[in-house]
Design a binder for this molecule. Structure first.
Ligand SMILES: Cc1cc2nc3c(=O)[nH]c(=O)nc-3n(C[C@H](O)[C@H](O)[C@H](O)COP(=O)(O)O)c2cc1C
Ligand SMILES: Nc1ncnc2c1ncn2[C@@H]1O[C@H](COP(=O)(O)OP(=O)(O)O)[C@@H](O)[C@H]1O
Length: 308
């Protein structure tokens, strides 16, 4: 297959264009700064801004046995990038043929296909089989007509913002760090599914949410959350875990009790925003003890979310 065949699925653009490339999982503050630079450079050159987005993390392709989870699905990433003002968001399939291209072949193909005049890369980003970063590209690329620009990392609480650092924060229950690095609360979307119908019996009906892609799920525990459903936002207390008070080998569920709400949520799409982790889940000796604690969780949630 020729190089131009490999890029045939990319709609040709007349150019000039300023582009960046990545998975953009979460579209966090670092991504946002990078995308801003792409837009600024495009404006300076009278060019269009382009983001090439890998649907899947390249490491999932390179080593299929790797368990990868995401902060946001592809459609959400596309929506955010478009909202930010990127002119063309182009899905890029990672394939063994693309993987074999050298950085010069890759950049040359982009120049021919979309009229690339500048490529902007985030910290540590490398392209092509020779894994060229911005410094190498600037020094040795045969495409001297293309401007290669590197954008530094954004640092939050002394740590460089990255999708993997945010994923680690979430699986450790650190909602606050995730929120700071994302520039918004971390959220999971999914459809409300049937549970064991036990919730309403104990006075706390819970909407069980099933994410449809490999979402990064916060550590088991109880969280103060916000639920968005039918265009409205509700305060909620959410439990993630295996419900040890009732189950001995229960699967992991994500279930939200919406405060001051009564209605049918089954089959609805719901977005759950994580604000803070309240506590670990506990195997209570009785349902009464669980209910007593759930009442406390709801009160604490009310206080924490008083300003939301
Ligand atoms: C705020 C909140 C706190 C919870 N805490 C615990 C807990 O500490 N231990 C536990 O076994 N289950 C806990 N749960 C889960 C309940 O056991 C679960 O919601 C109940 O079994 C209803 O399940 P169902 O939706 O399948 O009917 C909690 C649920 C909520 C909403
Ligand atoms: N305040 C509420 N919070 C969450 N779900 C509620 C609430 N009020 C009513 N519901 C409805 O009740 C369902 C949950 O009841 P529950 O007895 O826990 O059943 P299940 O085990 O199927 O989740 C939700 O899916 C939703 O349709």
């Amino acid at each position: 297959m020729s190089i131009s065949d490999l890029f045939a699925s990319i709609e040709p653009l007349e150019g000039p264009t300023v582009a960046t490339i990545g998975t953009f999982d979460g579209v966090h503050l670092g991504h946002q700064a990078l995308l801003q630079r792409v837009q600024d450079e495009a404006a300076k050159r009278g060019a269009k801004s382009v983001a090439f987005v890998f649907k899947e993390q390249p490491r999932a392709f390179i080593k299929p046995s790797t368990q990868v989870t995401y902060l946001s699905d592809f459609e959400t990433r596309r929506e955010i990038l478009t909202k930010i003002g990127i002119d063309h968001v182009i899905e890029l399939e990672f394939s063994s043929a693309i993987q074999k291209l050298s950085s010069d072949e890759f950049v040359g193909a982009l120049r021919d296909r979309i009229g690339l005049v500048s490529l902007i890369l985030g910290p540590g980003a490398m392209i092509g089989s020779d894994r060229a970063g911005v410094e190498q590209l600037s020094a040795t690329s045969e495409h001297t007509d293309i401007d290669f620009i590197g954008v530094p990392a954004i640092v939050v609480d002394g740590e460089a913002v990255s999708s993997s650092v945010i994923r680690i924060a979430i699986v450790s229950g650190n909602c606050e760090l995730a929120s700071k690095m994302l520039g918004r609360n971390y959220s999971i979307s999914g459809i409300v599914a049937d549970g064991e119908k036990r919730g309403r019996e104990i006075g706390f009906p819970t909407a069980n949410i099933e994410p449809k892609f490999p979402a990064t799920v916060p550590e088991n525990g109880i969280y103060a959350t916000l639920v968005e459903v039918d265009g409205e936002t509700h305060k909620s207390a959410t439990s993630i875990g295996v419900r040890p008070t009732f189950e001995t080998d229960g699967g992991r569920t994500i279930e939200a009790y919406l405060l001051d709400f009564d209605g049918d949520l089954y089959t609805k799409r719901l977005r759950l925003e994580f604000v803070t982790r309240l506590r670990a889940e506990v195997a209570f000796d009785s349902v009464e003890q669980l209910v007593e604690q759930m009442n406390k969780d709801v009160e604490q949630t009310r206080q924490i979310l008083a300003n939301n």
